[in-house]
Design a protein around this ligand. Sequence first.
Ligand SMILES: O=C(COP(=O)(O)O)[C@@H](O)[C@H](O)[C@H](O)[C@H](O)COP(=O)(O)O
Length: 271
Amino acid sequence: MAKAPTPRCIIVRHGQTEWSKSGQYTGLTDLPLTEYGVGQMKRTGESIFRNKFIDPNQITYIFTSPRIRAKKTVELILENLTEEQRTNIRVVVDEDLREWEYGDYEGLLTEQIVQLRKSRNLDQNRPWNIWRDGCENGETTEQIGLRLSRVIGRIQNLHRKHQEEGIASDIMVFAHGHALRYFAGLWLRMGEEKQCDGQEPQPPTYQDDTVPFISLKSYRHLVDNPSFLLDAGGIGVLSYAHHNIDEPALALAGAFVCPPEEESQHGSTAK
Ligand SMILES: O=C(COP(=O)(O)O)[C@@H](O)[C@H](O)[C@H](O)[C@H](O)COP(=O)(O)O
């Protein structure tokens, strides 16, 4: 039996909105895509499937933020697939994929946030760094780290199961600028590990019986900028080294698909 390709997690930031264009921080605000953003994501969908960067038959799940801009982006990308292909993909709306809750900084530009904090006598010894300092009246880095660690736990658990069953599995994740850069940092095990002891048990943030709820013993959070770029409409590819779910890695070749037989150069620990 031919070996299934190494599972991948394909991250997609939604298409352009008025605030992604202006650079205003967009957390819980539920903005639509601009007209350009709609066309942008239609073209992206056509291109990734026509050029086989992503084989629609290998997409097992789509996880999306509940915001309109992310869900519309999913819809536009899926427009390029046949009805049968679409019905084989489970779309899971997951509250844990929402953008960083920016609190007092919602709708502001970075320079306005810096000025606001200065007026509150903050950052006297070092500049504001959201990845370490979080947002006033919004989320701390530990809070967003915990919820994104939960999503990663769910996806890696599904990938492990699919790999054991010999099923090709690309899981796509549609979300936001900060959340997805953070997500990629945690995928690569950046930042610090914290035990979950004493955390209140969380109710599931999604509704899908086929996605097991994982109870984490520990989670990770960032303490600095992971130094990734992800513009609106951007796509990145995360995967695993040596076909091993315990070795999460960044696929620097991006969406260029490598035939499974060529992956042998990275060694094989696949079951
Ligand atoms: O609001 C953001 C992303 O939300 P969304 O448009 O829903 O993806 C932020 O990421 C802002 O776009 C922010 O201006 C930007 O991330 C600035 O970050 P940095 O380049 O690290 O200064």
